[in-house]
Design a protein around this ligand. Structure first.
Ligand SMILES: Nc1ncnc2c1ncn2[C@@H]1O[C@H](COP(=O)(O)OP(=O)(O)OP(=O)(O)O)[C@@H](O)[C@H]1O
Length: 185
């Protein structure tokens, strides 16, 4: 089944497009499972960490926090291992079991330091469901990249020139294609 891949430089609008696609699918009754990891800023606009959110249940927890003591560090951020692992495991397990489509925002060096993320991602990539995947522009993990590109895929590299158009046309195009294969007309 096809992988829809979104990539591009930091801050270009990948998460905005991802949310747009997911919301369009959900509104039409498609069951979407998976995870997203939005950044969190304080009232002064300083980034204090990243949350992890289950797309099906909307349950959320911390993925990483600034200055959090952790055995896994990414720059200033410490991974909140137990909390994030629990949400990732549950969200992707449910997605594999029940969803029509699996979405992950995003697959990057930080997420791949979490063992549960890597194990569950491998299961997701091996499953025969359509996937919407946001990929960090610096992802160089050969084993994961091979699994992502092993199946038919459509890759969109967001730029300031194409993002408005892609937000306009891609959610409906993906909806049409997924309706076709899930028979939800
Ligand atoms: N098509 C667009 N036109 C103008 N601004 C946009 C567009 N899409 C997103 N933005 C704005 O750009 C900012 C970054 O968007 P977003 O978080 O979606 O980017 P991202 O590529 O996911 O970032 P990151 O790499 O940090 O995850 C947000 O403030 C968002 O509102």
């Amino acid at each position: 089944m096809k992988n829809y891949i979104i990539t591009g430089r930091p801050g270009i609008g990948k998460s905005t497009l991802f949310n747009n696609i997911i919301n369009t699918l959900k509104k039409s009754g498609i069951i979407v499972g998976g995870i997203k990891s939005p950044e969190v800023r304080d009232s002064k606009g300083i980034r204090i960490g990243f949350k992890i959110i289950d797309l099906m249940s909307n349950e959320e927890g911390w993925l990483a926090r600034r200055n959090h003591y952790s055995t896994i560090k990414v720059g200033k951020y410490g991974i909140v291992l137990e909390e994030s692992s629990r949400i990732i495991r549950e969200a992707l397990r449910k997605a594999l079991e029940k969803a029509d489509v699996i979405g992950i925002d995003e697959i990057g060096p930080m997420e791949l330091k979490i063992n549960v993320f890597r194990t569950m991602l491998e299961q997701v990539l091996g499953s025969n469901k359509p996937k919407i995947l946001v990929i960090h522009y610096r992802l160089r993990d050969r084993s994961i990249l091979d699994k992502i590109y092993k199946v038919e895929n459509e890759k969109y590299i967001l730029t300031e020139h194409n993002r408005d158009l892609l937000n306009k046309v891609l959610p409906r195009k993906i909806l049409m294609e997924i309706k076709e294969i899930t028979n939800k007309k």
